[in-house]
Write a protein that binds this ligand. Structure first.
Ligand SMILES: [Cu+2]
Length: 197
């Protein structure tokens, strides 16, 4: 990821330099015909470099997304420590034979699997900020299994990120109990602040 950031910054920097040169070329007009030729050559070189960096950037992004798919596939083969099934309705997530938006409890470090089924012809997803995202389930009957590691202790909202759906009721809580012996070391920062008062 650092490589992508570096290349992205380099692309932007080169684009700025190239833009500056275009501006310089326009400003000088025909007055300095000799210098103009050199500037045009430099501009051509810079444009080529920008193109090469953009291409490298795309390759890296493809590679990262490929790696993420592989990790996702591998995680699905491992038996989860906790597993929940949720049916997606605009009025809330339904657990098996429970009230809407069940309070989910896991331990820090648990591999959690969420089995989702969309019960409506409306797009839904399942998100915990910074921890998990299911991707969008767009059609009635669509299913997906989301696997993630509950790496931080604390209370986290799970919700549907489609505009208006959280407000309509698609929100619940995941409680991650801290690992024994870890104290607040791995605790969520917001949780730590609360505990210290
Ligand atoms: Cu939704």
């Amino acid at each position: 990821m650092k490589g992508i950031t570096f290349i992205a910054v380099a692309v932007v920097a080169l684009a700025v330099v190239a833009g500056g040169l275009v501006f310089a070329l326009e400003g000088r007009g025909q007055a300095e015909a000799g210098g103009l030729g050199d500037l045009q050559k430099q501009l051509l070189v810079l444009r080529t470099q920008v193109g090469e960096l953009q291409e490298a950037n795309e390759h890296l992004e493809q590679e990262v997304s490929q790696q993420q798919k592989i990790v996702g596939t591998l995680l699905k083969r491992v038996a989860p420590d906790a597993e929940f099934a949720l049916a997606m309705h605009i009025t809330g997530f339904e657990g098996t034979g429970e009230a809407k938006n069940p309070h989910l409890e896991v331990k820090q470090g648990d591999l959690v699997r969420i089995n989702l089924t969309n019960k409506e012809a409306v797009e839904h997803d399942w998100v915990i900020d910074g921890m998990a995202h299911s991707g969008h389930l767009e059609t009635m009957g669509a299913t997906t299994s989301l696997v993630f590691v509950a790496d931080r202790a604390g209370e986290f909202a799970y919700y549907c990120s489609v505009p208006g759906h959280r407000e309509a009721g698609m929100v619940g809580k995941l409680e991650v109990a801290p690992l024994a012996g870890m104290g607040h070391m791995g605790a969520d920062k917001g949780h730590m602040d609360e505990a210290s008062h």
